[in-house]
Structures are given as C-alpha cells and as structure tokens.
Design a protein around this ligand. Structure first.
Ligand SMILES: Cc1ncc(COP(=O)(O)O)c(C=O)c1O
Length: 375
C-alpha cells in the first residue's frame, strides 16, 4: 500500500525531544531554539486584509525585493525575480531533494551534518560521501550540501580558503552546490561569511537562508535563490507543494525589515553573552571529559568526549531526561555509512545562565558516571 521510499523515512529525534522540552522543570540544550527574549514585537493590526487572499507562489514582491537586496549585499548575484520565499528553509531542503535526488544519488555532506537534511535526503534514497575540510573530495557526487557558516551541529565556520576550495571542487566536478545559511546573522566574532556560491565560475547552485534564527521560527519563513537553470523547477515544485507561503508572516517580516533601526546587532550581542557564560561553565564542569571550540556564531557548542569515556551518548539520553536535562547526542548527525564520533550538541541560547549551570553540572555527572563505571 505504501510507497517503498517511505521505509527510508525515520522519525526526527530532535522533534521527538522537543515534545519533552515542554515538561515543567526540563532544562533544554536540545533544540536549535532562539531565545524568546529576542523575539520581535509584531504589529498584527498593521497587516492589510488583502494579505488574507491567495498570493504568488514565488512570494510577495515587497518581501522578494528586500531579500534580493540582502542577497546582493552578501555577494550573491540575483534579483527579485529569482527569489523564492519558502515556508521555512526546511522546505528548501525538501524541494532541492525532489529536484536532484533519486535512489542511489551520491550527495556530499559534512560529517556530521544537519540531521533534518539527512532525514529528507534519506527519504529520496541518497547515498553519502564526506566533504573533508582539508582535502575536499566531491567527485562522484551530484549534489554537495553544505552549511558553511556556524554549522549545525558543530558551529564550524569555513575559512575564506575553504570556501574557495569547495567552490573550485564543485566547478571541477560539475556537482551542484546547495548552500544552507540560516545562522549567518548570529555572528559574535570576526570571521569569513561570504557565500560559497558567489565564488563559483560555472557550476549550478542553490543558496538558501531563513528568518527563523534571526527573527522568529514560528513565522515559518525562509528564502532561496538559485542558478538560472534550476530556479524555474524549484518554483514549480513549490507550487506543487503548498501554492505559496503564509502572506501574514511575509507581511510581518517585510514590516520588520523596513524598520529604520532594524539590525541583528542587539540579538547577536545577547547571544554572545550567553555563549561566553556557557563556555565558562563548560570550562568548570567539562574540562576533564570533553573537548570543544568556542563557536564564532550560531547557536551550538559541539563537544567531543575524551577517549577514556568513549560512550555512545544516545545511551545516556534517557537518563539525562529523567534528570531534567535534554541534550542532542552528536551521533545522530552522522549520515548512514559514516562511523559517528562520541559527541554532544549543546544549544546555549535557550536556557538562562542559572539553569544552564544546573543542567551542565547534572549532565557532566551522568557522563562521568556512565563513562567510567565498570562493564
Ligand atoms: C542547517 C539548517 N537548515 C535548515 C533549518 C530549517 O530551519 P527553518 O525551516 O526554520 O528555516 C535548520 C533549523 O534548525 C538548520 O539548522
């Protein structure tokens, strides 16, 4: 009765975990949740009734104009007619997978990579090859999926040189570059953020970003642009998927982007403080059990456990949740066929510093106990 590909579709551990986060008293380092303190005040009364009518599949022109300006500032060559407003950038992943992946298609990904991209790519039957940061090997891959700026889950940001290397690798191999860039506005330290697609000479490409992390995820809005050959197909796929994205959300984002004092600087400074406090807490509680780097942007710390307590962190998640602490086991972020490293992804933006201290202390105790107890 069911299409055979449905057996490739696994439930998302993140979304399952998100259900637990609402439990009273739960301290969560699990989701990529922006802090509710950073949500904007939106004026719903200012939205015109005409926005209740059906709209264009590409998105409303006022918003596409604004997005085209943002993209041009970043160095991505496009115009409003080549911007597609998405119902969250997760939708872009779905549309691109429908366009380019069939059973057995080789997709090059970072290892680890964004879990919900793997969920979609798996559904369409992808096989995987790793993109190695030092020697970028993409031969044989039809599609290269990258999240180069403050990556989910590792927080890694590609250097200028790594960006050039990946662009040349795509140009040389003919692979399509799919650049996913939702965290770029949450920047705390000087680093390179130029989109890789702006360095391509002839390869086909898709570039996408989102308003979820920098404005509000509940509005469910993202956007993409793509090379001329690919763009019309993506518009048709969007039409077939949901006709168009919510026009009230589009009007709200347009309103916010039009405000004269609109800037992400305040949000970034709020998160930078949270990041620094989190790092201090980690140094007090995790130094003997894990290694990590301070992320220059985004929402996550990525911790690798030291070899003497190499445990699969998926096995301690239940115990941690029973102790009131949710986190994301890093092992979930590895594509099939790649051996996972013993690791944790910790979101630092959601829990307040006091709660973070309590949660990290409990989590470190669990790891120490489970990692050193006799078999
Ligand atoms: C790398 C990456 N891409 C895409 C998304 C999807 O975001 P949204 O659909 O809210 O725009 C996320 C969300 O966490 C993400 O981390």
């Amino acid at each position: 009765m069911l299409a055979s590909r449905i057996h490739n579709l696994k439930e998302s551990p993140v979304r399952e975990l998100l259900k637990q986060i609402g439990t009273p008293g739960m301290i969560s380092f699990a989701g990529g949740l922006p802090s509710a303190d950073c949500f904007p005040e939106l004026d719903l009364a200012g939205v015109k009734p005409e926005k209740l009518q059906y709209g264009a599949s590409e998105g409303d022109l006022e918003l596409r104009n604004k997005v085209a300006d943002l993209l041009t500032e970043r160095g991505v060559s496009t115009d409003p007619d080549r911007v597609l407003i998405l119902s969250g950038s997760q939708q872009g992943i779905d549309l691109v997978a429908k366009l380019l992946i069939e059973s057995g298609t080789k997709v090059a990904v970072e290892t680890p990579t964004y879990l919900a991209a793997l969920q979609v790519f798996d559904l369409f039957g992808a096989n995987y090859a790793p993109i190695c940061p030092s020697s970028i090997e993409v031969s044989g891959a039809r599609l290269v999926y990258t999240n180069p700026t403050f990556q989910n889950p590792t927080g890694h940001c590609y250097s200028q040189q790594q960006r050039h290397e990946l662009a040349s690798a795509c140009d040389n191999s003919g692979a399509v570059l799919f650049e996913d860039d939702p965290y770029r506005d949450l920047v705390y330290d000087q680093c390179s953020r130029t989109p890789i697609c702006s360095y391509l000479r002839h390869s086909e490409w898709i570039y996408q970003s989102s308003f979820s992390k920098s404005i509000a995820p509940g509005l469910r809005l993202g956007y993409l642009t793509a090379s001329e050959t690919l763009f019309p197909h993506l518009v048709r796929l969007k039409q077939a998927a949901d006709l168009h994205s919510c026009r009230i959300s589009q009007a709200m984002i347009t309103q916010l982007l039009s405000m004269e004092n609109h800037s992400y600087r305040e949000i970034a400074s709020y998160y930078k403080d949270r990041r620094d406090t989190f790092d201090e807490l980690l140094s007090q509680m995790f130094e003997d059990i894990a290694v990590w780097q301070i992320p220059t942007g985004g929402l996550f710390f990525w911790l690798q456990l030291k070899p003497h307590l190499s445990i699969d962190t998926r096995t301690i998640l239940g115990k941690s949740i029973n102790n009131g602490v949710a986190f994301m086991p890093g092992e979930y972020f590895y594509p099939k066929g790649i051996k996972p490293v013993s690791s944790l992804r910790l979101n630092f933006s959601n829990a307040c510093p006091n709660q973070a201290a309590i949660g990290l202390s409990r989590l470190a105790d669990i790891i120490r106990y489970e990692g050193t107890k006799p078999e």
